[in-house]
Design a protein around this ligand. Structure first.
Ligand SMILES: *Cc1c(COP(=O)(O)O)cnc(C)c1O
Length: 434
């Protein structure tokens, strides 16, 4: 029987890994679906085993804050899909980004961050700067040159999104990775809007990938979760920085993570500090629901992209629409980058600007019948929101224009309904505008 603790061989194709990686029939009962292990603690076999697990001399389950078999299955599944060496599942996408920044840096350190990020990431970064002196160095634009220009000798990491929320711009990951590595820095990519079905950043040079699994990975808009994936290639030791990875932990008998776990050093440090100390673990129930979602991810992403492309094309040609930002449409800015990194389509989240300004944007949202007015993205149901007054309200006005979330803008997240019905819903709401 396949050993469930080993990821399935990497030569299996993506859709097969989406269904099988990291899980196997339950050895105790034969259950084919991943069992949900609702238990906080796990009985030790001996005093020696308990001591060994606590000192990190042996692997094994002890307490579900740090690891749980159902959560571990999700970690193996997503690590396989992202071509990562290991993954750490956490309670939300927010906590995934928090744990990465906190594990890599201490106060006084800085990191280069894309100027265009999910609003929650921008809020977190501002608060971490004000309260803990972790300094974001925001780029001017989104090219590799813009990222390089922001690097100083205090920089300890580079952070970007693969597909930018909400404008859909696809970043030149290989270019940004080359810049980061030239300066001895790890590249962290938030891959939420692409999902590993569209873009696998580690295959393009990224070192760490984070997700809000609340979106495409779980898929149905039912559970909040996040995950951190470790590509396992970054030479942490060579830098001499990153004290949680390269310096002895006194409370683990002088454990040096990069020596004991050279292939998964970041994931181990992130689990020790992020889960054992800080504590935002994922519930086994949410891990189970997310794992079930990953099984249909490749199929769903095909339809998400096809539907988004059709709705975006319809909107772009409509006389009441000023512009659409979906780079997979012909003639859009960033089209070449989108086709290079995500030939199937730049996901299913995009923005649209209305000639009638804010009033038209707001009325368009309330006039929709099928498409729900809500703040999530990347789920099976189609969704709409006015970013300038909600998700991106904290941005200064100039930044809102730059991020294409001005007052005239609506963000759409296109789901899996029949595309004729989606276009009909959009059309009837447009008809009702002045
Ligand atoms: C939603 C989102 C997050 C935050 O994830 P939560 O699961 O809501 O905490 C982070 N990054 C991106 C790009 C997102 O869309």
């Amino acid at each position: 029987m396949t050993d469930p603790t080993k990821p399935r061989p990497a030569e299996l194709h993506f859709a097969t890994r989406a269904v099988h990686a990291g899980t196997a029939p339950d050895p105790a009962t034969g259950a084919r679906a991943q069992p949900i292990y609702f238990t906080n603690g796990f009985v030790f076999e001996s005093n020696e085993q308990a001591a060994d697990i606590f000192a990190m001399r042996a692997t094994g389950f002890s307490y579900s804050r740090g690891s749980n078999p159902t959560v571990a299955a999700l970690e193996r599944r997503v690590a396989s899909l992202e071509s990562a060496k290991a993954a750490v599942a956490v309670a939300s996408g927010q906590s995934a980004m928090l744990l990465v920044l906190m594990t890599l840096m201490r106060s006084g350190d800085a990191y280069v961050a894309s100027s265009r990020l999910f609003g929650g990431s921008l809020g977190l970064m501002r608060r971490l700067e004000g309260r803990y002196d972790l300094v974001p160095q925001f780029t001017r634009g989104l090219t590799p040159e813009d990222f390089e220009a922001a690097i100083t000798d205090k920089t300890r990491a580079v952070v970007c999104e693969s597909i930018v929320n909400p404008c859909g711009t696809v970043i030149d990951l290989e270019g940004v990775a080359a810049v980061a590595h030239k300066h001895g820095l790890p590249l962290i990519v938030d891959n939420t809007l692409a999902s590993p079905a569209l873009i696998r950043p580690i295959e393009h040079g990224a070192d760490i990938v984070v997700h809000s699994t609340s979106k495409f990975l779980s898929g149905s808009g039912t559970v909040i979760g996040g995950i951190v994936c470790d590509g396992g290639r970054f030479d942490w030791k060579g830098t001499g920085r990153y004290n949680l990875i390269n310096e002895p932990w006194p409370d683990y008998d002088g454990l040096v993570v990069s020596e004991r776990f050279p292939e998964t050093a970041f994931a181990v440090a992130c689990r020790l500090f992020g889960l054992r100390d800080l504590g935002p673990g994922l519930s086994p129930m949410n891990a189970f629901l997310t794992l079930t979602g990953t099984e249909t991810l490749p199929l769903r992403m095909e339809r998400h992209c096809a539907n988004a492309r059709a709705v975006a094309a319809f909107l772009k040609d409509h006389p009441k629409v000023a512009w659409v930002s979906y780079p997979s449409l012909p003639g859009q800015p960033g089209e070449a980058m989108a086709n290079r990194y995500s030939p199937m389509g730049a996901g299913s989240i995009f923005t649209v600007g209305f000639k009638g300004g804010e009033a038209a944007a707001q009325k368009f949202i309330t006039g929709l019948n099928l498409i729900s007015h809500l703040v999530n993205i990347g789920e099976i149901k189609s969704l709409a929101i006015h970013p300038a007054t909600t998700t991106h309200r904290q941005l200064p006005a100039a930044d809102k224009e730059a991020a294409r979330v001005g007052p005239d803008t609506v963000r759409l997240s296109i789901g899996l309904e029949s595309v004729e019905d989606l276009i009909a819903d959009v059309a009837q709401s447009l008809d009702a505008l002045a």
